[in-house]
Design a protein around this ligand. Sequence first.
Ligand SMILES: [Zn+2]
Length: 256
Amino acid sequence: MTRLLPRRPQRRRGLLWLLSGLLLIGGLYTVFRVQLSVPPARALAAGHDLLTMRRVLAVVAHPDDLEWYLGGTLRRLTEQGARVVVIVATDGEKGPNRTGATDLAATRRAEQAAAGRVLGYTRIYSLGLPDRGASQGPRLLAEVQRIYAQEQPQAVFVFDPALPALPYLHPDHQGSARIVLDFWKNLGAGRPPVYLFQTRRPDVAVDISSVIDLKARALAQHVTQNGGSAGMMPRLFAGDGRQVGVSYAELFRQLR
Ligand SMILES: [Zn+2]
C-alpha cells in the first residue's frame, strides 16, 4: 500500500499532460484548418474566372510542388490553350532519394520535366538555386523580374506565406513567395491578381475532378520523392472538393 501512494500524483500529472496535449492539438486544428472565407458558389465562380486567363506564371521552390498543390488547375488552363510558364527555384537536392539516384539534382530536374509534359506546361525554368536557400541572395528576384517582364502574365501563383495550411511548411516555400509578393506589390496599379496556394483561408476553388487522374500521373513522375505513386494526394484534394461540393478541388486565396 505504502508503495502505491506516490504513484497517484504521477498519474494525475500524466493526465494533465494528456489533456494539455489534446487542447494544444485542438487549438492548432482550429487555427490551421482550411476554411473557405466565402460561400462555396462564390469560390467556384472565382475559379471559373481564373480559368479564363491566357497567360499565367507559377513560382515554386521544389520539383513536385507544382503538381502537388496546383497541377490540376495548371492542367485545366493548358487544356483551354493558356500559356503556362513555371519557375522551379531549386532542384530539391536535399529531399528524399528513394531510387538511390547518383545525381539527385539532375534526376529531379528530369522528373520535373516529365511531370510538366503530362500537364502540358509551356515552359519550365529550373533555376538550380540551393535547396533550403532558395530565397537567399539576389538571384530568385532577378529571375522572377526577367521572366515576368518577358511573359506579362495575367495571373501569378505562389505559396501562401501569411496563412499557410498545415501540415507541411518549408523555408523555401514561404521564402520564395515573400520575394515574389514584394516584387508584385511594387508593380502598382494594373498588376495581375495573385493566387496563393497551400492556404488555410481560400476564396477561390477550381474543380479539378476531370483532371485528377492526370494530376496523379504527373505527381507520380517524381519517383525519387514518392516512389512513383501519388500517395495521399487524391484523398486530400477530395477533402478540398467536399468544401465546395465537387469530387476534387484545388483552393486558392486571391490577392489583388
Ligand atoms: Zn516543396
